[in-house]
Design a protein around this ligand. Structure first.
Ligand code: 5AD
Ligand code: SF4
Length: 470
């Protein structure tokens, strides 16, 4: 299975693994094959692509077939327990395959599970040759050389985000017309449920010059839409061309000047870092898509406080009103956690009220998952599993209804769609609306890569159907 361009910028179920077929060969002599399986967030999708860039010059070509791979990389996610456990099951399958079919296959575990449980992975899964954290994948060639020299298992979990970006090969060959671009990594917010500050480290922003150079390169390869990504993207404070720290709003306006880039998105934002400049940019920059992922996690002030989110529900609501005033056509998306320690039914009702009052076009919702080492793990009054499940079902019923209603409200409207590929039949096209819904319609395949107007004729919860507007 390949992650096709059509799937790439979809809001991802971050527990569902995706297999990223890395980019086409950049060297003709590539003789070895690498299979990269990506779990988790957009940042991991980006990292997997960059790992493929790092491996191309040393002769590795991407493959979608794990059975034929000389090197298998699992790019892992540690955000919830379920996500981390999947990695160990996959390693079990790989071990069996390697033992019976391909004893010389090399296996690497990358990403956040690697960062958090490096030594444990090596002892629990001896099949693993290399463990590398998210800040060290530029060292892959060196690690592979060590493994081939027979030095045993190799572990790299240093933290130096900017060094990684400096060391990455400049050449990027994007696969489709929409691409992620990492502008910021790490998080200083320390929400009490979250592992990210521990696995990805402190907030670091890339310089404006680096970001712009990469965006230009993407544009030169035909990319029309860029999603600027970061764990806490609106805390961006990279050094600008004047030597001063730039805000995300400034960066967006700058990227918008690049010819060929017609659509810009950014994710994931924190309510506390949503400054006036960014809100104004949302209102004034036509290349910014009218879609904002702005998680609140919970509606109760007591729970928000226990989560260390740093704001109240009333402050969030006020912020949303300001954003909607600046950009009336905006659709909101959010993340929600049910069953955080101490959350009562009354607290949960505040989350339901929040969803009813705010109204979300799309969303991600999760049961609280205890992450060892985070403050939440040690809190009293953990919520029983069946209550979490019950709350999640009720919350999702509401969120899914809102998503369906939002999509239905678009019937009859004409939306601009970036055509990302063909459907099952040649004359079926697939693309994304400004609101990120997958949109299906009939048209000639030479429209792939174009932005076209599509009149929406039907809508489900997850996608839209339309016809080319004349
Ligand atoms: N349990 C459940 N959900 C979590 N998230 C982060 N950590 C946890 C956890 N321990 C969710 C949050 C976050 C999204 C990426 O994952 O909603 O915004
Ligand atoms: Fe995790 Fe909170 Fe940082 Fe988001 S803002 S990455 S939830 S610590």
């Amino acid at each position: 299975m390949t992650t096709s361009p059509r799937e790439k910028n979809a809001p991802r179920d971050i527990d569902a693994p995706a297999i990223i077929a890395a980019k086409p060969d950049v060297t003709k002599a590539n003789s070895k094959k690498v299979f990269i399986k990506t779990y988790g967030c957009q940042m991991n999708v980006y990292d997997s692509e960059r790992m493929a860039d790092v491996l191309a010059p040393i002769g590795y070509a991407p493959t979608d077939a794990p059975d034929h791979a000389d090197l298998v990389i699992l790019n892992t996610c540690h955000i919830r327990e379920k996500a981390a456990e999947k990695v160990y099951s996959e390693l079990g399958r790989i071990r069996k395959y390697k033992e019976t079919n391909k004893p010389d296959m090399k296996v690497a575990v990358a990403g956040c599970v690697a960062q958090a449980e490096g030594a444990e992975i090596m002892s629990r899964a001896p099949v693993v040759d290399m463990v590398l954290g998210p800040q060290t994948y530029h060292k892959l060639p060196e690690m592979i050389a060590k493994v081939h020299r027979g030095t045993g298992q190799v572990l790299e979990t240093e933290f130096d985000t900017l060094e990684k970006f400096d060391e990455l090969p400049e050449l990027r060959q994007p696969k489709g017309f929409s691409s992620f671009l990492t502008i910021q990594e790490g998080c200083d917010k320390f929400c009490t449920f979250c592992v990210v500050p521990y696995t990805r480290g402190a907030e670091v922003s890339r310089s404006v010059a680096h970001v712009v150079a990469e965006a230009r390169q993407l544009a030169a390869h035909g990319v029309r839409e860029i999603t600027l990504i970061g764990q806490n993207v609106n805390a961006y404070n990279g050094i600008g061309e004047d030597g001063k720290e730039w805000t995300l709003g400034q960066l967006i306006r700058h990227v918008a000047l690049i010819g060929g880039i017609d659509r810009i998105r950014f994710t994931t934002s924190h309510p506390r870092d949503m400054d006036d400049d960014l809100i104004e940019t949302l209102g004034n920059e036509p290349k910014l898509m009218p879609y904002l992922h702005l998680p609140i996690q919970a509606g109760s002030n007591k729970v928000l406080h226990a989560m260390n989110r740093g704001h109240t529900y009333a402050e969030y609501k006020e912020l949303i009103a300001k954003i909607r005033a600046a950009r009336p056509d905006i659709a909101l998306s959010g993340d929600f956690i049910v069953g955080f320690p101490g959350e009562t039914e009354t607290d949960f009702q505040q989350t339901m009220k929040c969803v009813e009052e705010i109204g979300y076009g799309s969303s991600f919702s999760f049961k609280y998952s205890v992450r060892p080492g985070t403050p939440g793990a040690g809190l009293p009054r953990q919520v029983p599993e069946d209550e979490k499940q019950d709350r999640l079902v009720r919350l999702q019923a509401l969120l899914y209804q809102q998503q369906q209603d939002f999509n239905k409200s678009l019937i009859g409207r004409t939306l601009s769609v970036l055509v990302e590929g063909v459907g099952r039949k040649d004359d079926q096209l697939f693309g994304r609306s400004p609101y990120l819904q997958g949109t299906h319609f009939d048209g000639p395949k030479d429209l792939v890569g174009q932005i076209v107007d599509v009149k929406i004729t039907d809508a489900g919860r997850n996608s839209l159907v339309g016809e080319l507007a004349t």
